[in-house]
Design a protein around this ligand. Structure first.
Ligand code: FEO
Ligand code: CA
Ligand code: CA
Ligand code: CA
Length: 666
């Protein structure tokens, strides 16, 4: 099968940017009548703003307006800022070490073969670190910040960067393009083994972090690992396939983007852009047609259906209902079946960061990364038991899933997605809670949730009690579709919302919210960015994606989507003040090599180590001055991190420590 890959070899643009029209057909909150109650007029863009127009000359009056929009105050972060820009390698602030800890293909077990890019096999890949590291979590061993399990999601694969001999450069409409040959079954198997996640023991010895190659809990999870379906959807007819008549056993997980570590020390993986893995057509008038349309299934970006019927909708019409969930892994038992926790809903899950509330129930914040889709939270029915780990292991099977409705008066309401309540009834095609969860998006549409600008990571902050919502961008939002929580039309650079739940209670069904930051270049008034005036030319960013809070409660934001035409800089990790005079001041701490995206980030509990994940380095280069050519296996825009001519580029986890020791940021 030769599919659209030959036209679109860059899965980054296919799957990461979610660059479609949006999948949400409803009219919820796109009305212009709730504009402007909360924000001054300077916060809104008038007319259109093409990304390429950002460098346009602006009037002095407009610049003054932009300055007024920014608050005064110096950064609370004392590190010396990195200069924004682009080159072949990574850069960290002066006085820090940024060492490669784990790269694609690195051995994880005593019997793992060494990485040989010219002779890849699925069997080897299944014992090696996977591709395109995204979420990074750390689970301490015996409470240590220098010894623990690193858990890492492997979101997707880029065949044009992974496999030799499959790319030809062709000229089409006067432009050079990559033509990618159909993948062989063996290459598809390598892709499947390069997906999923890694659990690996790591230890800091003599100041340097090392992988414990024979750690007894080391594990690879892939697109073929056997998993259980649990919660309200387990055993539902809509999940039954020819390989699984019970609707409870699924093989594998895909497109695990961000994620989380639960308070009880399990690893949760979010299944995001699942639509890309499915091809073929549903049988005529199939009952899942509307469900799949709302999820963009199938997209056919991957060629897996050519070799595996379960990814072909015409042959296995229910398989796609078995993806799009939050997956929980008990890292203490490497033989345990990971569990697809259906109570947390099915959509393009970005992440699953959690916090224990005052009464012990645990709250998971969830984003659905699509233009005009929603922010959710899940509140467990049971309480966390700090003294009995096993008592917590099925907490994720019972609880309430809520979707956010943001109002122009600065309030937010969390609306429960519960069968039988409001419109979630048989009249609207739901016969039980399983139906509500399988079609979470449609249920949320009916509740008139707020259509957001691509919700990415949503991070509760236990220190200041707030919740931070990364909204990465939405250039499809029209001026008559802006609302208070999504205040910019053609929102090219995204924004960050800060929520304060009522009474400081994360389980509350009401709260207040405000925009922490509208992103983009603050020196261009038309962009409407609201970084503080202390933010330097290096300090601003666009497209917030993953984020973390350190144990002092400070916010760190990593980005996806920089580039010469967008921001003139690479992706990176920025430290963002949220408190006092310095609020909305941002500083660049780390930047990635050309073509890469910044994922992770994560701090150890003692704040002395930060982990960041460099995803798809060398995926691009043609539009950067100084690179100026298409990038693929035989002609890469960078050979990071090995810089050896016979080694391909390798997505890697980088570990950052302060020279001489101490906390990363003071
Ligand atoms: Fe995989 Fe929403 O980023
Ligand atoms: Ca993401
Ligand atoms: Ca996070
Ligand atoms: Ca991303």
């Amino acid at each position: 099968m030769k599919n659209d890959l030959s036209e679109n070899p860059f899965r980054t643009s296919l799957l990461e940017e979610n660059d479609g029209p949006g999948r949400n057909p409803t009219g919820n909150r796109t009305m212009g009548d709730i504009i402007a109650a909360r924000f001054s007029r300077r916060g809104f863009l008038r007319g259109s703003l093409a990304v390429s127009a950002i460098a346009a000359t602006v009037s002095p009056i407009a610049l003054i307006t932009a300055d007024n929009a920014r608050a005064a105050g110096g950064s609370a972060f004392s590190f010396e800022e990195v200069e924004a820009g682009v080159d072949e390698t990574h850069h960290v602030a002066a006085g820090y070490d940024a060492d490669i800890l784990l790269r694609w293909g690195d051995a994880l077990f005593a019997d793992s073969p060494e990485f040989d890019p010219a002779a890849q096999s699925a069997a080897a890949q299944a014992k090696q670190f996977g591709y395109n590291n995204d979420y990074v979590g750390f689970i301490p061993i015996d409470g240590s910040s220098e010894h623990g399990l690193l858990v890492v999601n492997h979101e997707y694969t880029n065949p044009h960067l992974m496999f030799p001999g499959i790319v030809t450069v062709v000229e089409k409409d006067g432009k050079k393009k990559l033509d990618v040959a159909p993948l062989s079954r063996e290459q598809v198997d390598v892709e499947m083994a390069a997906h999923g996640g890694t659990i690996v023991e790591i230890r800091r010895d003599g100041g340097k972090w090392q992988v414990v190659r024979d750690g007894k809990l080391n594990r690879r999870i892939t697109a073929t690992t056997e998993m259980e379906v649990t919660g309200p959807v387990a055993g539902n007819d809509r999940l039954k396939t020819s390989a699984d008549a019970t609707g409870t056993k699924v093989f594998g997980t895909v497109n695990n983007c961000a994620g989380g570590v639960t308070p009880w020390g399990t690893y949760v993986m979010a299944e995001e852009n699942i639509h890309g893995y499915f091809s073929g057509e549903l049988p005529a008038d199939h009952k899942e047609a509307a469900n799949y349309e709302r999820m963009g299934i199938p997209e056919g970006a991957y060629e897996w259906a050519a070799f595996y019927d379960r990814f072909d909708l015409s042959k296995e019409p229910n398989e796609a209902n078995r993806f799009g969930w939050i997956v929980e892994v008990d890292v203490q038992d490497p033989t345990s079946a990971p569990k697809k926790r259906t109570a947390l809903g099915r959509f393009k899950h970005e992440g699953a960061e959690s916090i224990v509330s005052k009464d012990g129930r645990v709250v998971f914040y969830l984003g659905d990364d699509e233009r005009f889709d929603y922010v959710y939270k899940f509140v467990t029915a049971g309480a966390y038991n700090a003294n009995d780990r096993t008592a917590n292991l099925n907490l994720l099977d019972e609880g309430t899933l809520y979707v956010a409705k943001f109002s122009e008066d600065g309030s937010v309401e969390w609306l429960p997605l519960v069968f039988g309540q409001g419109p979630l009834t048989a009249e609207n095609g739901f016969s039980n809670q399983a139906d509500v969860l399988i079609e979470t998006r449609r249920a949320a549409d009916l509740l008139e949730a707020t259509k957001m600008d691509r919700p990415e990571d949503v991070q509760p902050n236990g220190v200041n009690g707030k919740v931070y919502v990364m909204l990465t961008n939405n250039t499809k939002r029209k001026s008559d579709q802006v609302d208070a929580a999504n205040p910019r039309a053609e929102n090219a650079f995204g924004h960050i919302i800060e929520i304060a739940e009522d009474g400081g209670d994360f389980t509350a069904t009401k709260g207040k919210w405000e925009v922490l930051l509208k992103c983009g270049d603050p020196s261009v008034a038309e962009v409407g960015a609201t970084f503080s005036t202390s933010t330097t030319a290096n300090g601003w960013f666009g497209m917030p994606d993953n984020c973390a809070v350190d144990s002092a409660g400070r916010l760190w934001v990593s980005t996806d989507g920089q580039g010469p035409k967008a921001t003139g800089r690479t992706d990176g990790l920025w430290a963002v003040d949220t408190e006092g005079e310095a609020r909305a001041t941002s500083k660049l701490f780390f930047r990635v090599p050309v073509g890469a995206e910044m994922c992770g980030p994560l701090f150890t509990p003692d704040d002395q180590t930060a982990f960041v994940a460099v995803q798809h380095p060398a995926d691009g280069g043609d539009d950067w001055e100084g690179f100026g050519r298409l990038s693929y296996y035989e002609d890469l825009s960078t050979h990071w991190p090995d810089f050896k001519p016979d080694m391909p580029v390798r997505p890697s986890v980088v570990v950052i420590t302060r020279q001489g020791g101490g906390k990363i940021a003071v």
